[in-house]
Design a protein around this ligand. Structure first.
Ligand SMILES: *Cc1c(COP(=O)(O)O)cnc(C)c1O
Ligand SMILES: [Zn+2]
Length: 366
């Protein structure tokens, strides 16, 4: 049985306890024994659950899955240089958030929880709503009313109760936090089980590269569920002796909302809240990331860096990707804009960029 360890006061809880943060208010980290029985893994069906021994669920019967994962890894050229793209926009709900939702909702089922709340700028809400539907769990999603209408409709179609907040993304989060006093908070950024779903992106990449790590990964970052998940995943592969070092993490923010980039540039160890401006990259428009310090530390530990891209670069990247046949949403295009900036340096590294969200989430002609 695994445990939940507080980042702040070091308290320890059994993971069959129905909690999502420490009684002191601190963030919880999962401690568990993991293994990668490669021969067995390679014989299993191609879902993220093939890494079963590394996933924090006790009983197989609690697994909530649509057969998601093992998204394709394909080559693409940018200015004559080959880059690998991990196609995580090809998930059942159209974003990588399904990785986290599958593991988190399995935990919810294992705990016997029947009501959950979540807040989101769109895709996490859609993922949690879909997996809640599959698990037969009742679900309330708090969301800013400015979210893309395709995402709002998607959440409602899954049968979740949608609470559109007229205020900011942060107001929606506060509304969810109050509701979480009555129901389990299936938060993609508070709840540690979500990150042990997103970490499977690292496992898949490693397996697709014949059990080696890329030199560099380029990922978008708002709350850091993909970034920290990748960091956890590659750390576990490193500890298991499968890879030799962590890939460098290049973290992409939108210039119009770049608290992490600012803190990195200012050499701060904490991340002050920013006043955000409107951005096409709504999925990473997080003014005050809860795990800001963790994200800074993860990027620095891998000798990576932060890059902030402007609206023009996002729009250009969106057009270029569509013209190449990749239908992605603008938040995912921000990653490509950052990738292009990074590739200007002409490195000989093996670079993987993750496509995080599908174009159908947005759908506007360019
Ligand atoms: C959620 C999301 C992100 C950012 O993920 P964080 O966990 O907030 O860092 C990036 N792209 C898309 C499409 C998303 O839905
Ligand atoms: Zn604590």
């Amino acid at each position: 049985m695994g445990t939940l360890r507080c980042e702040m006061c070091d308290a320890s809880y059994s993971w069959d306890k129905n909690i999502w943060r420490c009684s002191c208010g601190g963030l919880l980290r999962i401690k568990m024994e993991i293994a990668f029985p490669i021969k067995k893994i390679e014989k299993r069906i191609s879902t993220l659950w093939r890494y079963r021994e590394a996933l924090p669920i006790e009983n197989d019967e609690n697994i909530v899955s649509f057969g998601e994962g093992m998204t394709p890894l394909i080559e693409e050229q940018f200015n004559g240089t080959t880059v690998l793209l991990k196609e995580d926009h090809l998930f059942p709900t159209g974003s990588f958030k399904d990785r986290g939702a599958s593991v988190l909702m399995s935990k919810v089922k294992e705990l016997g929880v029947t009501d959950i709340v979540e807040d989101s700028s769109g895709n996490a809400g859609a993922a949690v709503a879909a997996y809640a539907a599959r698990a037969g769990v009742s679900c309330d999603i708090y969301i800013p009313a400015t979210t893309s209408s395709a995402k709002l409709a998607q959440i409602q179609c899954y049968g979740a109760t949608l609470h559109e907040n007229p205020g900011s993304r942060e107001d929606a989060a506060n509304a969810a936090l109050s509701a979480a006093e009555e129901a389990y908070y299936a938060s993609h950024y508070w709840n540690p089980f979500f990150f042990h779903g997103t970490k499977t992106c690292a496992f898949e990449l490693c397996e697709q590269l014949e059990w080696t790590a890329p030199d560099t990964i380029v990922v978008p970052v708002g709350h850091g569920t993909l970034l920290l998940g990748m960091y956890i995943g590659f750390s576990e592969l490193l500890d298991a002796g499968i890879i030799e070092r962590q890939p460098k993490i290049i973290a992409i923010q939108s210039k119009n909302c770049s608290p992490l980039y600012n803190a990195y540039k200012g050499e701060l160890t904490r991340v002050p809240k920013v006043k955000k401006k409107k951005t096409l990259a709504e999925g990473i428009a997080i003014a005050e990331p809860l795990r800001g310090t963790q994200i800074l530390n993860a990027v620095k530990d891998t000798h990576g860096e932060f890059i902030a891209v402007n609206e023009r670069e996002i729009e250009d990247a969106q057009k270029e990707m569509c013209m190449k046949g990749h239908y992605i949403e603008p938040t995912a295009a921000a990653t490509i804009a950052g990738l292009k900036r990074y590739m200007e340096r002409d490195t000989a590294e093996r670079v993987v960029a993750v496509l995080t969200g599908h174009g159908l989430k947005w759908s506007k002609s360019l």
